[in-house]
Design a protein around this ligand. Structure first.
Ligand code: NIG
Ligand code: FE
Length: 405
């Protein structure tokens, strides 16, 4: 399948503060899912007969397909009543300690079949697709048993056969200690390390392993054991770290070569230095910050000063971020955390690609990269962080194939 896009303006993101470079009218040729050639319109000299489809983009803007590098897209049930409780003063932590929170979603997710989980996830995925996504990371973590964690990972991967989307799966069995193990959390960690991670690696069910390193999740020692097992079995690692307190989870994850550490509102200078040293991405989740009415912001200025790449993701989940819109997150990252629209664009493209270990394949409009693109009815990329709720996506290209939404 060969596709030719003519009359496009594409964004190339330059380093530092040089701003966006929006190209002159260009032509992008795509062969077998790969960006083959990008050239100035006037330099185009290939035979049009070589192409199965030719799309005149009439001067529209092209960006890399967006990458949502942190989601909990697969779940059943709703937590709207907990939202009401929190508005009346209950804390997120007290709700989980009283058996609700993540446990409530675990209960609902265990009861749902794989097919039902897929059905429930599709509208959420469609919303992410409308916000320009071509790749979505999806975590398990609401099963917390062999049968149900595997069911979640299978449902996540199966979404690729329902929509034009690339899915990166992450095992998050270390999300919280399930009720069956409440008195023996270390036994639960043993099970994750000895059974769950080896099985997922052997059967290629997960690309990465994640841990919620927090007082209501797993302590440093337990988190380290999970990271060790993941590394031993060849899986990349990620962390939910420094979300509600500073435990040192980010620095620990960085020591094990984590692709990213996510949330990081409570990250301190030694943590930032550790990320910088390990080239670990700092993933900002402004939806969870906003929805939990958190007041402590991630240390953006320190991250900039230490050249730590910042990704932005939805964290879409029923408890802390019920928002399936990556462009809303770009807007929130600008308005709540002070990112520039240019940083926000990097956060959902090349830095998000790095957060999945795929920076050489996706996240840039570049010859040789996978042809995952988003075509927008806009004239300047700053509009991506500016407009919310208007469907300005014209179409996507996913693995070299056109898709209209
Ligand atoms: O990313 N912090 C832990 N995990 C999710 C929330 C999970 C839930 O409350 O269901 C998060 O915020
Ligand atoms: Fe999360």
């Amino acid at each position: 399948m060969n596709l030719l896009l003519t009359n496009v303006h594409y964004t190339s993101l330059l380093a530092g503060d040089e701003g966006y470079a929006v190209s002159a009218p260009s032509t992008i040729s795509i062969r077998d899912g790969v960006i083959d050639r990008i050239c100035h319109q006037s330099e185009f000299n290939m035979s049009l007969e070589d192409f199965d489809t030719i799309l005149d983009c009439q001067g529209k803007l092209i960006t890399p397909g967006f990458i949502d590098s942190h989601t909990h897209l697969i779940f059943a049930g709703s937590r709207s009543q907990e939202f009401e409780q929190r508005l009346l003063g209950a804390s997120y932590q007290s709700i989980i300690l009283n058996g609700g929170g993540i446990h409530s979603t675990v209960q609902a997710t265990r009861l749902a079949s794989e097919e039902h989980l897929i059905e429930l996830a599709l509208p959420r995925l469609d919303s992410l697709i409308r916000s320009g996504c071509t790749t979505v990371e999806i975590k398990s973590g609401y099963g917390l048993s062999f049968e149900h964690e595997i069911k979640m990972l299978r449902a996540a991967k199966a979404l690729e056969s329902h929509r034009k989307i690339n899915v990166h799966t992450t095992l998050l069995a270390a999300h919280t200690v399930p009720k069956e193990y409440q008195q023996r959390p270390d036994d639960y960690v043993d099970w994750i390390c000895q059974d769950m991670i080896p099985y997922c690696a052997e059967h290629q069910l997960a690309d990465s392993v994640d841990v919620f390193c927090e007082s209501i999740g797993f302590n440093l020692k337990q988190s380290e054991r999970v990271f060790q097992s993941a590394v031993k079995h060849g899986l990349s690692i990620k962390g939910h770290t420094e979300q509600l307190s500073n435990m040192g989870g980010s620095a620990l994850a960085a020591r094990y070569g984590a692709l990213s550490v996510d949330h990081i509102e409570y990250l301190d200078l030694p943590g930032v230095e550790a990320l910088s040293k390990a080239n670990t991405v700092a993933t900002l989740l402004p939806g969870a910050f906003y929805f939990l009415k958190e007041t402590r912001k991630p240390p953006i200025e320190l991250l900039r000063r230490h050249n730590v790449p910042m990704a932005i993701a939805t964290d879409v989940n029923p408890g802390t971020s019920p928002f399936a819109d990556l462009r809303l997150m770009m807007n929130m990252a600008c308005t709540l955390f002070g990112l520039s629209p240019q940083e926000a664009l990097r956060g959902v493209t090349n830095h998000a690609a790095q957060a999945l270990g795929k920076q050489n394949v996706i996240g840039q409009v570049k010859e040789g990269n996978c042809a995952d693109l988003a075509v927008w009815d806009m004239s300047h990329p700053s509009e991506l962080s500016y407009q919310i709720g208007l469907n300005s996506l014209y179409c996507r290209v996913v693995n070299g194939r056109l898709d209209y939404v």
